[in-house]
Ligand binder design. Structure first.
Ligand code: GDP
Length: 209
């Protein structure tokens, strides 16, 4: 998919404030500092569309970007940054849960995982919740330039084996490095496919959630 235009549309503090539109949406979520803003900037080809961590954890809103006037990229607040209050830190926000469960436009969610880290409790808890709700997602491992191919492969395998405790089905996986521009065509390809099929988990009756 060629990105012709990418523009900021709106920020919303809760589901009721989300823009009314019939454009299909793809959401991006992950722990603060996972590289979400960098991915959004890489995908859209704009350096500053999403802000790269000045103050991680500060972005507490759902941000909507319109792509090619046809679909929306949704930047969800990062979870789990140590500097936010304890109450905020323990779980992703209720309004994010509300958005993920009840937004009719949402096709699926890219859950970003830092490939340098061992499986994080907070990521696994979030994914367990997604699986429990039957919400479709793709695991997107970030910052692969920071480790060797074999170390990245091992890290992903470790994460996926832990995932078996929360999901019977093998998750769909993509890898990326915003620094090297890797993963862009695969992510956009998956979105193009999902737009055509109206689901993030195409396949013969298979669901990744
Ligand atoms: P966010 O908090 O999830 O939006 O994360 P950011 O996109 O702001 O990135 C957090 C930090 O990780 C920043 O210092 C980025 O420069 C760095 N970063 C993000 N993506 C990559 C990547 O693919 N490779 C490397 N080496 N660093 C990255």
């Amino acid at each position: 998919m060629k990105i012709r235009t990418a523009t900021f549309e709106a920020s919303a503090p809760d589901l009721a404030s989300c823009p009314t539109s019939d454009r299909l949406e793809f959401a991006f979520i992950g722990r603060s500092n996972v590289g979400k803003s960098s991915i959004i900037n890489m995908l859209t080809g704009q350096k500053d569309l999403a802000k790269v961590s000045g103050t991680p954890g500060k972005t507490r809103l759902i941000n909507f970007f319109t792509i090619n006037n046809t679909w929306s990229l949704v930047d969800l607040p990062g979870y789990g940054y140590a500097k936010v209050g304890r109450k905020d830190r323990s779980k992703f926000s209720a309004f994010v849960a509300d958005y993920l469960q009840n937004r009719p436009n949402l096709v699926g969610t890219f859950v970003l995982i830092d490939s340098r880290l061992p499986p994080q409790k907070m990521d696994l808890e979030f994914l367990s919740w997604m699986v429990g709700c039957g919400l479709p997602f793709v695991l997107l491992f970030t910052k692969t330039d920071k480790l060797s191919d074999s170390a990245a492969k091992k890290s992903i395998e470790t994460f996926v084996s832990q995932m078996q405790e929360v999901s019977e089905e093998a998750p769909e996986i993509l890898t990326s490095s915003s620094k090297l521009g890797e993963g862009r065509s695969e992510i956009l390809g998956l979105i193009a496919e999902a737009l055509a099929e109206d689901t993030l988990a195409p396949g013969e009756g298979e669901s990744i959630a």
